[in-house]
Design a protein around this ligand. Sequence first.
Ligand code: DGL
Length: 267
Amino acid sequence: MIGLFDSGVGGMSVFREVARLLPQHGYVYYSDNANCPYGDKSPDFIAGRAREITSLLLSKGCKAIVVACNTATAAAIKQLRQEFHGVPFVGMEPALKPAAASTRSGVVGVLATAATLRSEKYLDGKRKYGTGVRILERVGRGFVELVESGELTGQDAESVVSASVAPLVEGGADTIVLGCTHYPFLMDLIRKVAGPGVEVLDPAPSAARHLIYLMVQHGLLDERSATQALSRIGTGAQVPRNPKVELLSSGDPAALMRFFSLVTEHA
Ligand code: DGL
């Protein structure tokens, strides 16, 4: 089984990509929505939650863990890898490298939580991959709240999205990196506000690919199944209608149920 967790339903955008490639696999998804959003919490608090949730997922039989949250990855993945030695972890990081390679204007916009943008991990990535391009950063202010409440369309949601996205476009960004797993659920509005000349990058598909490679390395997936999984990329493969998944949440499970239906019925 594969375990995934996030502060809420955002990680469902990652589950969607993983389940497309490994439709027969079993999953446990944990939404820590009693503590959502993580974006304004301290790194210590987030790391503590990440440890507890990882222990729970491992106790349920998960053999690989996807930290389906950029904020938790930034705060905790290093400690998780040390503490749970031998367990393969996949984390989420803003896709600065492909963005820097593909921008034509030389300006890359990054949308992420405040905690991610001030983390050492993000700043390291920026030093490594951000040379030669201008990086504009914005917190997607109010985005997580919109997604958790299921408000993905409409005028009010568009105004919230516009307040963070428009300044990136006005600053010359032709590539926008989504650095929070909640944000892909607002993709239609982000694209609408950004306009047709702007590419918006969701790192979930490459995280799913990385998981396949790690599982092979750890003997959790044989070469044949991995080749089959990777051959589904770009084929429009669907999330199965009834995937084997246990859904857990620390708060009201309603939002998680709603997003589970969204990704399994409209993938
Ligand atoms: N979905 C999360 C992320 O990828 C966390 C958002 C939040 O709880 O603030 O950063």
